[in-house]
Design a protein around this ligand. Sequence first.
Ligand code: FES
Length: 139
Amino acid sequence: MPARPAASRRTVLRGAALTPVAGLGLTACGRTEEGPARPTGPVELGPENEVAEEGAKLYRDHNVVVSRSADGTLRAYDSVCTHAGCPINKLEGTKLICPCHGSEFDATTGKVLREPAVAPLKALTVEVRNGTMVAEPQA
Ligand code: FES
């Protein structure tokens, strides 16, 4: 029985070009057409001690940033950029940096530090339940 001829490189590439990437709907920013996932209800982030005093931590899976003030107060913000909706993926100290057009935000206040974004990040409520931080949209 003759062996089946291997697909040529051209055949493989042609096939790939014709194959739609169904269901992903990615945009240039790497977001889905529906936009990045953001909290619509309570989300468990992690142990309370993950956020140092006067520090911040970015929970990219949930698009939430949490900061802690010197007096121990926790604050949380939706970390989806208010400019064009890219999920922010970089935190330097307490400064969030958007990968799409370079907007910067203060993770302790949600305020814009650098345009093109002009609107602050959306504040979330955050509380500690059994040692775990839980963030959720404000009512
Ligand atoms: Fe963040 Fe444009 S989407 S700077």
